[in-house]
Unconditional design. Structure first.
Length: 162
């Protein structure tokens, strides 16, 4: 009887371990909307989500900086690691939404020499500024990096205000 239960228990353990591993390491899908030209867009909701991501990045930076002023404890170090990962995830989400939703779905190329070309270049610059500012929040833990991201998103949001 023992020989039958042992392989079954081992199989159940391995199944549980594999399920846990896959759920933790699963790739995240972009929430930037489909890449089918469905015509269903909610630009304001996307801008609001970028602002929410930025608020989370700001909170993470505040906690990390507060911890740096205190005494290191195992619990504190664990929390810092979690806040750093959260900050990274939200900055990556901003970059993904700008690149996969706005740049691929909303920004239409204008030919050089046309009346719309200057506005097109301005639009590209504003989208790029958001992605660069988001990247900077990954590299830094400063309120100035968050401030730059907030302003870049505000400028981008002005393009999509109805």
């Amino acid at each position: 009887m023992k020989t039958t239960l042992m392989p079954l228990a081992t199989l159940m353990f391995l199944t549980l371990a594999a399920t846990l591993f896959l759920s933790v390491n699963a790739t995240q899908e972009a929430e930037a909307h489909c890449q089918v030209p469905c015509g269903i867009y909610d630009d304001g909701a996307r801008i609001t989500r970028l602002q929410e991501d930025t608020a989370t990045i700001k909170k993470a930076c505040d906690f990390i900086n507060m911890f740096a002023e205190g005494e290191a404890t195992p619990v504190g170090i664990n929390q810092v690691a979690r806040w750093v990962q959260t900050k990274e995830d939200h900055a990556s989400h901003i970059i993904t939404v700008v690149s996969e939703y706005f740049l691929t779905q909303k920004v239409k190329t204008k030919a050089k020499g046309t009346a719309e070309y200057a506005a097109y270049l301005d639009s590209l610059a504003k989208h790029h500024a958001v992605m660069v500012a988001a990247m900077k929040t990954k590299q830094q833990v400063s309120s100035s990096a968050v401030h730059d991201l907030e302003h870049a998103i505000a400028a981008l949001g002005a393009l999509y205000a109805n």
